[in-house]
Every structure is written in C-alpha cells, then in structure tokens.
Design a binder for this molecule. Structure first.
Ligand SMILES: [Zn+2]
Length: 129
C-alpha cells in the first residue's frame, strides 16, 4: 500500500490558522506537526540556533524533539473500520457483538469476524430494521 501525501509537491500554502493566546496579531509563521518527518531536524536546528540565548527553551525543544522521534518510530495502529459505513472503531465501541444481545434485546456491540467489521449502528439496522 502506498500512502500519498496531499502536500507532496504542493509548495508553501496557508494550511493552519494560528492565533496568539494574548490576542495580539500574529506575523508570518511556520507550523510543524509532530508527525512531519522533517520536523525533528527542524527542531534540532532551532535548538542549535537559540541555545546560546534561551537555554530553557532549548532544553524544552530538545525534549519535544525526543518525544516526536519516539512517536514517529511507533508503528501506526490500523483501527478496524465498519465495512458498511466506514466508521472507525473507537473507545466508545468497547463491547463486542454477541448473538445473546439480539435475543435479550440489549444494545448490540461491534461485530468483528472473518467476513468483516460492522459497527453497532449498522448491525442494529441490519438485524432490527
Ligand atoms: Zn457502520
């Protein structure tokens, strides 16, 4: 499977709306997200530039870069998706489907089988109309 990055070859464009917590206007700025593969190198470069005048910031940014690096190395978990509505399973979908739920009239859980995944909402529609 190939993951296509919508930003690939797009150049610089307005992707974020940034505001200061004190309400003052924001000048031109550049935002980096933790998952960006170049963000860690950029943080290290900034640390190298600011360390002489703001040691606390350099330390905090180094810790941030370390966290981002750990996060980027972690394998991304593929969440199960409902084969009917394509919704991803969340923590609210803690309960698995069980045929007893149908018999006893209980709310249905998330169906997960060799034939696919079905969310409780779609399962309810299928079984109870
Ligand atoms: Zn569904």
């Amino acid at each position: 499977m190939t993951i296509t990055d919508p930003d690939q070859d797009r150049g610089l464009y307005g992707k974020y709306r940034v505001e200061k917590l004190n309400g003052k206007p924001v000048g031109e700025c550049f935002v980096l997200e933790a998952h960006d593969p170049h963000a860690i190198a950029a943080l290290h470069a900034y640390v190298g530039s600011c360390a002489g005048e703001n040691r606390a910031l350099a330390i905090d940014l180094t810790r941030m870069a370390d966290r981002w690096e750990t996060e980027q190395k972690r394998p991304r978990v593929e969440l199960p998706k409902c084969s009917s509505c394509h919704r991803e399973r969340t923590l609210n979908d803690a309960y698995d489907y069980n045929p007893l739920q149908v018999v006893t009239g209980q709310p249905l859980g998330w169906y997960s089988g060799d034939d696919g995944e079905v969310c409780p909402e779609c399962m309810t529609k299928m079984l109870r109309g």
